[in-house]
Design a protein around this ligand. Structure first.
Ligand SMILES: Cc1ncc(COP(=O)(O)O)c(C=O)c1O
Length: 422
């Protein structure tokens, strides 16, 4: 049994609570049981870190991440602590609820992953909230044009449709081929869509319904040279592919912890470049609504929230960091390539994901003649207890992550080969 003092230390881990931690390097709490990097069974031991049932296979990380055991444990331990000891909260130290604190530990960790400054990061509930904060918080001229693609998720496009319906302006949907043929082609489509009235370009970094990676660096450079604000929807990228917001040169980057970073649901973030941060009004205001010395905190105001899910998100960041972001990205990509390589050998398979390796990673969207997405999803589940997700009516979206294996992909390919024979 841990004694009371050590329990308190572990349940209320320093990074999320201590304001003193703000001045320190981001801290990482050790994840017990991680294999050594040179262990030949490395990835199967990583699989052991997940409570995912062995009789089912999860391939739908594009919707929600599967949490590692350490994330579940930290969060549950924290919920128990709050339930048992809330009377100890004396309002002198750190908050015992979410939504009010500035959380330097978690903001510092996501800032480091994105190559941003902690004060450029706001914590939100999810991608939809992050995008909505930008869409609702900007003062735009009544004739403003907002460029989006024809493949944005409802949570990525609706904030802009709402903004123009309320304040005037137009949302222009650029048509991106599916599959996207090349980065040059996509860049050209965006460049040719810009007019003198274009004020915002709000597009996915990786399109969720195809897994295509857009040439965001080139697009942001073009936009910046014309004074256009760029907002990237990174719902599918954090924890999946490398992101360097300074190198990309975007003004805003929307993302979440609860997909590829494997955190509990209800954890989003918003990066706003320091130089343009003050242009965004808070849509939700509480005590720090006008705190321009920390603009990320200013836009994190949201009243009482669940601190336990923030504890879970920070544990997920620690898990990610201890394996190493680059190693995670390489493994996801390797498994994605393994799947695409197998699918390529099945003649009836049609890809909606670009096959150029520079334009894809761990999401593969594909279909097969004569079957729709729901039928494919059902076939995968009924024949193999495999769970990729139906996509866009006609296809399957198959996401691969570090808890998946080549054996699980082989089983998926066997089912596809069978379906292709029919
Ligand atoms: C590209 C994209 N944007 C936005 C969202 C919405 O995310 P959330 O439900 O976290 O708000 C998703 C969810 O899948 C997505 O893929």
């Amino acid at each position: 049994m841990p004694n009371r003092r050590s329990f308190l230390r572990s349940a209320f881990a320093a990074p999320l609570f201590s304001t003193a931690a703000a001045a320190q390097e981001p801290q990482t709490s050790a994840i017990p049981g991680l294999p050594r990097l040179d262990d030949p069974a490395y990835w199967s031991k990583i699989r052991d870190q997940f409570p995912l049932s062995r009789d089912k296979v999860f391939f739908n990380n594009g919707t929600i991440g599967a949490m590692p055991t350490v994330v579940v444990n930290r969060m549950v331990e924290h919920i128990r602590k709050i339930a048992a000891d809330i009377a100890e909260w004396d309002y002198r130290g750190p908050e015992w609820i979410g939504g009010y604190g500035d959380y330097p530990g978690l903001r510092g960790k996501i800032a480091k992953l994105l190559n941003a400054d902690e004060k450029e990061i706001s914590l939100t509930e999810n991608n939809t909230c992050s995008m909505s904060y930008v869409g609702s918080g900007l003062d735009l001229p009544r004739d403003a044009e907002i460029l989006i693609t024809d493949q944005e998720h409802p949570g990525g496009q609706s904030p802009w449709l709402n903004a123009v319906k309320r304040h005037g302006g137009t949302v222009v949907k650029m048509v991106i081929p599916k599959p996207m043929n090349s980065a040059e082609e996509a860049f050209d489509i965006v460049r040719k869509s810009i007019t003198p009235r274009t004020k915002v370009i709000a597009i996915s970094h990786m399109i969720s319904a195809s897994g295509a990676i857009l040439p965001v660096k080139e697009i942001c450079a073009e936009a910046r040279s014309r004074g256009i604000l760029t907002v990237l929807d990174g719902a599918q990228t954090a924890g999946h592919i490398a992101i360097d917001v300074k190198d990309i040169g975007c003004d805003a980057y929307v993302g979440c912890f609860h997909k590829w970073l494997l955190a509990p649901a209800g954890n989003g973030f918003l990066y706003l470049r320091a130089e343009r941060n003050a242009e965004v009004w808070p849509s939700i205001a509480s005590g720090n609504w006008d705190n321009h010395s920390d603009n990320g905190y200013r836009l994190s105001q949201r009243g009482t929230g669940n601190l336990s899910v923030l504890v879970g998100a920070e544990a997920a960041m620690d898990f990610h960091n201890q394996i190493g972001p680059a190693r995670v990205q390489q493994r996801i990509k390797y498994l994605g390539e393994y799947l695409r390589d197998g699918l390529r050998r099945i003649p009836k398979v049609k890809f909606y994901t670009p096959l150029d390796p520079k334009l894809n990673a761990g999401i593969t969207v594909y279909g097969i003649d004569g079957m729709n997405g729901a039928q494919l999803q059902d076939a995968m589940w009924n024949r193999g207890r495999l769970r990729p997700r139906a996509s866009s009516g006609i296809a399957l979206r198959h996401s691969t992550h570090i808890f998946n294996s080549t054996d699980e992909i082989d089983r998926s390919l066997a089912i596809m080969r069978d379906l292709a024979k029919a």
